[in-house]
Design a protein around this ligand. Structure first.
Ligand SMILES: NC(=O)c1ccc[n+]([C@@H]2O[C@H](COP(=O)([O-])OP(=O)(O)OC[C@H]3O[C@@H](n4cnc5c(N)ncnc54)[C@H](OP(=O)(O)O)[C@@H]3O)[C@@H](O)[C@H]2O)c1
Length: 341
């Protein structure tokens, strides 16, 4: 089969589009024919060697897969060839962890395509238990844009952020792949949502996804805008995937007793924390990584029911994956970029 392969870490130029051995089904597994594979910024970090240096080469990445079942192991009875499916974007890779709940707390839980081969290829081999029926009724490219960010948004916004109707929420980087899912998740839970973007071109985009207040942080200080918006009180919840560069501003924008959920680090990962402010303001700071299979099912149900939309900015053939990574790195992307084999 054809795949986008890396033979070492580096920039987008390390990708080679080449022939590799097609995976064969093993006990308890299925082979999925990939119809589309979404890209996440995680893939850029993985390619650079910033996730793990313990990757065996050649390697094929790609976590967000929609497709059809192409082969089923003899001991698997719940899937048939041609079934439309979604591959879980993360699961415990060690079978001894398979009964851990929630799955994302298992020691061997990782993003799909990290150590095992992912979906930047024509076929992928997956444990049958980590495949879900695709009943979203969308184009494969739209479905493939969503599993990882939906799982993340349910976990970060609903479970850890405890967002509820009537609350005010700040979502950082609202035009990012994960941000646009979190904006929609908070809106679906009944909150008023403010979000930040880095250019005027992205303002209309985040408003189209439901944002009530869209802030270009190059024109106005987000924390001041938020304090204005909340009559000086601050938001109930901040959902952040930018990290160090906005940490102080996030806490300034957060009300007494508010919750800050962080799940990303595009703006750096080391910062300082004023502990006196932390306890006087009774802030809750919570770290979030991916989510459980139940949270993924909840998110996919919201996608199927039209409560959350897939925003696909561009699609590329898998052979152009390097160009797709460059586009994401440019920060121009609005929503998601998806590869098609
Ligand atoms: N823990 C988890 O479960 C989880 C799940 C999903 C994503 N993540 C993490 O969340 C982060 C975002 O991922 P994503 O896939 O949503 O990213 P993305 O679609 O590539 O969007 C990232 C956006 O962040 C904004 N940004 C702000 N400061 C930046 C900086 N210093 N450098 C680059 N971009 C900056 C940019 O938008 P503006 O120019 O408009 O500011 C950029 O377009 C990553 O760290 C990723 O690993 C974590």
């Amino acid at each position: 089969m054809k795949a986008a392969v890396i033979h070492g870490f580096g920039g987008p130029e390390v990708f080679r589009y080449e022939d590799v051995k097609q995976p064969e089904v093993g006990p308890g597994e299925v082979i999925v024919k990939v119809a589309a594979c979404g890209i996440n910024r995680y893939d850029l970090y993985l390619r650079m060697g910033a996730v793990s240096t313990d990757i065996a080469f050649p390697h094929v990445m790609g976590a967000d897969i929609s497709g059809t079942i192409a082969a089923v192991a003899n001991d698997v009875d719940n899937w048939r060839v041609e079934d439309k499916v979604i591959v879980a974007p993360g699961y415990p890779i060690d079978p001894t962890d398979w009964d851990v709940r929630p799955e994302n707390k298992a020691p061997s839980f990782e993003v799909t395509g990290t150590h095992g081969w992912g979906g930047n290829a024509e076929y992928i081999r997956v444990p049958a238990r980590f495949v879900l029926a695709d009943d979203c009724g969308l184009e494969a490219t739209q479905t493939a844009a969503m599993p990882l960010v939906l799982m993340t948004a349910v976990h970060a916004v609903a479970t850890l952020g405890e967002v509820s109707a009537g609350q005010k929420v700040l979502v950082q980087a609202g035009a990012s792949g994960s941000g646009i899912a979190c904006v929609q998740m908070a809106k679906a839970l009944g909150a008023d949502v403010a979000t930040t973007v880095g250019s005027d071109e992205k303002l209309a985009f985040v408003r189209s996804a439901g944002a009530d207040l869209a802030i270009n942080y190059n024109r106005a200080a987000p924390a001041d805008m938020i304090l204005d918006w909340t009559d000086g009180v601050g938001v109930d919840v901040v959902i952040d995937m930018v990290g160090a560069s906005v940490f102080a501003s996030n806490l300034k924008a957060l009300r007494v007793g508010g919750i800050l959920v962080n799940f990303g680090l595009v703006g750096g990962f080391e910062t300082t924390l004023n502990i006196r402010d932390l306890f006087f303001k009774q802030h809750q700071i919570r770290g979030s990584f991916m989510g459980s299979m139940d949270e993924l099912r909840t998110g996919l149900g919201m996608l199927r029911d039209g409560k959350i939309r897939a925003f696909v900015d561009r699609t590329y053939p898998v052979s152009d994956v390097a160009e797709a990574h460059r586009y994401i790195d440019s920060r121009a992307v609005r929503g998601k970029v998806v590869l098609v084999p």
